[in-house]
Design a protein around this ligand. Structure first.
Ligand SMILES: [Zn+2]
Length: 289
């Protein structure tokens, strides 16, 4: 799933190509992706695109007072298309295309929103105010936003009885950090994902704050200027522990381990993060019984 750095890069990429252009056609193909019906998406036709911004992991394309807000979820993606055919695309069970936006001009360029697989999570909203999107209204502060200092971070964690891994990826606490970057931030902070947020010392909280900013800023830097199609590969290459189960930790050489949950998994380095001890994995211990 694209997280803050990838959506940030996508925002810059789209801003360059969309701002000032007039929308010629909006073609919804997978109706399930479209979460709003008033105003209809066809209301975008003829409007000029203004700023493209990011709210957490949401993309927000403004056009003539309306906002096309997009959440790519797990398997959604945006593909820039240099020459789109004028004929409407044909929907079908194997067609990953969810929505197509074509711009005015001789090239017929624009973008496609696609979603692979059967677990549909891609969500598209057309609203007059981005705060009308429940996921946007719920967002906590942006960790790269102005004014997000260590005091603010400390205040977010105080009294928080959950494990730090879950807190970091909770969008109502912090906007934009997901499963992948929370693994990376915790590794950079040399901290166990199971640690309770409220139990962190002041030194640990500051270390985590530093790791959060550094990890995200480095990832944004790596993604900057990349084409939409290259971002997924770049995200993978930049990971130190996430998605690297069984491979050596690039910091200490220990083997990266994994804990699996019903619908996700986390990766960590025992030497760097848990004093060399593997974390309990309920699924694994059940299998061993
Ligand atoms: Zn390590």
């Amino acid at each position: 799933m694209p997280e803050l750095p990838e959506v940030e890069a996508l925002t810059a990429y789209l801003s360059e190509r969309l701002t000032g252009r007039v929308i010629a056609a909006v073609l919804p193909v997978a109706i399930s992706a479209l979460k709003t019906h008033d105003p209809p998406v066809t209301d975008l036709v003829g409007r000029t695109v203004g700023p493209v911004v990011r709210h957490g992991k949401f993309l927000d394309i403004e056009a003539g007072g309306l906002h096309l807000v997009i959440h790519l979820a797990r398997a959604g993606w945006l593909r820039w298309q240099p020459g789109l055919p004028a004929a409407p695309p044909r929907p079908g069970p194997r067609n990953p295309l969810a929505l197509r936006v074509r711009l005015e001009g001789p090239d017929g360029d624009g973008f496609d929103l696609t979603e692979a697989g059967s677990r549909k999570g891609l969500a598209v909203y057309l609203v007059r105010d981005p705060a009308e999107v429940p996921g946007v209204a719920r967002l906590g502060p942006d960790p790269l936003g102005p004014g997000f200092g260590p005091e603010r971070f400390r205040a977010l964690l105080s009294g928080e009885r959950r494990r730090i891994k879950g807190v970091l990826r909770d969008q109502s606490v912090l906007a934009g950090v997901g499963n992948a970057y929370s693994d990376e931030v915790l590794h950079a902070a040399r901290m166990s994902p199971y640690k309770l947020a409220a139990d962190l010392s002041e030194e640990e909280t500051d270390r985590l704050y530093e790791a959060l900013g550094t990890t995200l800023r480095e990832a944004v830097e790596r993604s900057r200027g990349l084409a939409a199609g290259e971002l997924k590969a770049e995200k993978k290459v930049g990971m130190r522990v996430h998605g690297r189960t069984g491979q050596p930790c690039p910091v200490c050489g220990d083997t990266v381990r994994e804990v699996s949950f019903a619908d996700s998994s986390l990766q960590y380095c025992p030497t760097c993060q848990t004093g060399g001890r593997p974390l309990a994995d309920r699924r694994l211990s059940r299998l061993l019984k």
